[in-house]
Ligand binder design. Structure first.
Ligand code: GLN
Length: 378
């Protein structure tokens, strides 16, 4: 049968995590914590189940959770999203990304994506007949050449996708980046899809520059967030997106067709848990300590890298060790040395020397220590 995605493959995250399981390797590949979500949050979910919140919630999420999200965004980014029409709970951020792209991309539409790009964007664009238009990020710091972006915008450009803090590179868009983007999109009908799932995982006192902070971006932006990434429960698959009402109406049409609505007891729990901002505001410090610990532990190895400024991923260069391709080295590292990572080339990224791997440091100190020991022995 003709495939809708002839070049589509199982995601690298599933591939590397299952290779890690098969070879009993330490898994620093797929991005998820190997420690527990807060026991208080779990208790809130049990409570909601016991209290009978076990049937369909409203399609866009329960009102009290949408209210909490609206208040949180207003406090952090100084913009008010209407809880009833501009906020939707989704099946993880991936659910939001899929609905957002599918709602707006028609055959022949172009979508600008920055490389390395998170792996769900391009197949989703292609499955809707759209054409991803890549812009390579440049240098050690993964910078964006906004002039190049400008040159790639034309009458077919329907959408532009950004990720900040950026997966897999760990870089963060600056205020200047966002203002340049705002100026570029001014006067166009281009929709901005802003994937901000690591919004609270940002280091060294850098402030997260949400698209929602910039009026010229917010008026055209679909901003995606993830409770899984923020509250250490990726398996609950709970995220949300916010967008101006006119855009959200279209997103709902796809959201209803794919999942209809998302888990009710979990929404009850998050509505309560979000009342305590310390539950997410401490996250940057928490992960900064993990990053620093990991970088300290690997000092003296042959792996080098610029410290991540956000996300829970650290990119390391292995050019001093071997000239193998990153995919081959990542495989060998998993099978022979029992340490799994993600090779950067799978994000269709034109690396200079093809020798970068992404390591997830959302792990217990003990796991990070064992991983570092492996890296010291290579
Ligand atoms: N966002 C996670 C990562 O980058 C993976 C999510 C997934 O596997 N769908 O590793």
């Amino acid at each position: 049968l003709p495939s809708k995605l002839p070049k589509g493959k199982t995601s690298i995250f599933s591939v590397m995590s299952s290779l890690a399981r098969e070879h009993e390797a330490i898994d620093l590949s797929q991005g998820f914590p190997n420690f527990e979500t807060d026991a208080r949050l779990k208790d809130l979910v049990y409570k909601a189940m016991k209290d009978g919140y076990n049937q369909y919630p409203p399609m866009n999420g329960i009102p009290e959770l949408r209210e909490q999200i609206s208040a949180k965004i207003e406090k952090l980014y100084h913009i008010k999203y209407k809880a009833d029409s501009e906020i939707t709970l989704t099946a993880g951020a991936t659910g939001a990304i899929y609905a957002a792209i599918t709602a707006f991309i028609h055959a022949g539409d172009e979508v600008i994506v920055f490389k390395p790009a998170y792996d769900s964007y391009e197949p989703t664009i292609k499955s809707n007949g759209g054409k991803p238009v890549p812009v390579q990020m440049k240098g050690e710091d993964f910078c964006i050449d906004w002039q190049e972006v400008k040159e790639k915008i034309n009458s077919r450009t329907k959408m532009l996708v950004i990720t900040t803090p950026h997966n897999p590179s760990g870089t963060v868009f600056s205020k200047d980046d966002m203002q340049q983007l705002e100026a570029l999109l001014k006067g166009t009908n281009i929709i901005l899809l802003s994937d901000e799932v690591y919004e609270h995982i940002i280091f060294d006192d850098i402030e997260h520059q949400s698209a929602s902070r910039f009026p010229g971006l917010a008026e055209r932006a679909i901003v995606c967030s993830s409770f899984g990434k923020t509250f250490h429960n990726t398996g609950w698959k709970m995220g949300y997106c916010v967008a101006p009402e006119a855009l959200m109406k279209e997103i709902w049409k796809i959201h209803e067709l794919t999942v209809f609505c998302v888990n009710h007891p979990t929404q009850k729990a998050f509505a309560e848990y979000l009342k305590h901002p310390e539950n997410y505001l401490s996250l940057g410090n928490f992960y900064q300590e993990k990053r620093d610990k990991f970088l300290e532990l690997i000092k003296g190895t042959k792996f080098t890298g610029t410290p991540a400024r956000g996300t829970y991923y650290q990119v390391l260069n292995f050019a001093k060790i071997t000239d193998e391709k990153d995919t081959e080295f990542a495989r060998r590292l998993t099978i022979d040395h029992k340490l799994a990572s993600i090779p950067l080339s799978v994000f269709n990224y034109e690396q200079k020397d093809n020798s970068q791997l992404r390591f997830c440091f959302a792990k217990t100190d003990e796991t990070l220590e064992r991983a570092a020991e492996v890296l010291h022995n290579i």
